[in-house]
Design a protein. Structure first.
Length: 236
């Protein structure tokens, strides 16, 4: 889906081992930027792009403490010393700034509002751009899916309420950008997910039953990713 917001540069980047999307958002005029969910393995690629575009990244933002890959924010801070790492205070992870529901992150003339969307993990947040133009849902809401709820404080009932209250209340044409897609889909809209998401269109009781019986294998990198992500992806 082509997205053009006046004065906004947006790049959706992909990391193939964990099927993770990383997003760079920048003010085209001031060049102030943020990067959402960078992955350790692709930090050099992302920093090269950031430098090529002449961007000044203020914040390296995580949607949550990931279990399937190591965050790139720690390594990126070493390469971009002006960048501050950001994550929810409820994640239990180290970062330069801990955000919470209602906080606003500004870059140039643009802003990201923080909405708490726990259920996949306690510290999951969704970032909403410019009053609902687009949202970055992390693993809370995926395209035609949602984050699993079988580890890291997972709670299907809480996830159902989070998505219905904090994401499905956004404008129907708000573009949804998730942290992953395993089928090559890149974005969706609030209306599409409200009407077509096979999990979240169920009743809460049916959703809880489904999520408690997904039977997914654990992510391959979980044992190294979780401890590393609690220290921003870099050992001191
Ligand atoms: N096979 C992947 C892990 C796939 C997975 O479990 N994805 C998570 C998000 S990352 S913790 C998830 O919530 N999936 C929901 C679903 O329905 O698939 C790997 O080994 O990394």
């Amino acid at each position: 889906m082509a997205t053009k917001v006046e004065g906004l540069l947006l790049r959706q980047l992909f990391e193939g081992a964990s099927f993770t999307y990383t997003y760079i958002l920048a003010d085209e005029a001031t060049k102030e930027a943020v990067i959402i969910d960078p992955v350790l393995e692709t930090v050099e690629r992302d920093v090269t792009l950031i430098k090529d575009l002449g961007l000044k990244v203020l914040y390296g933002i995580n949607t949550h403490c990931h279990a399937d890959h190591i965050t790139g924010t720690g390594k990126m801070k070493q390469l971009l010393p002006e960048m501050k790492s950001v994550i929810s205070g409820k994640s239990g992870a180290k970062a330069d700034q801990h955000i919470q529901h209602g906080d606003v992150i500004k870059f140039g003339r643009h802003k990201l509002e923080v909405r708490s969307t726990p259920g996949h993990t306690d510290g999951c947040v969704t970032y909403v751009l410019n009053d609902g133009v687009m949202c970055f849902t992390g693993d809370a809401l995926l395209i035609r899916g949602c984050g699993r709820t079988d580890f890291q404080q997972g709670d299907p009932s809480l996830l159902y309420d989070s998505v219905h209250k904090e994401v499905f209340s956004l404008p129907d044409n708000c573009i949804v950008y998730p942290a992953h897609d395993y089928k090559g889909l890149m974005s969706s809209t609030v209306l599409e997910e409200k009407t077509l998401n096979p999990r979240l269109t169920k009743s809460k009781e049916e959703f809880v039953e489904l999520m408690n019986n997904l039977g997914l294998p654990y992510p391959k990198q979980i044992d190294k990713a979780l401890p590393m992500n609690l220290v921003c992806g870099i050992q001191d």
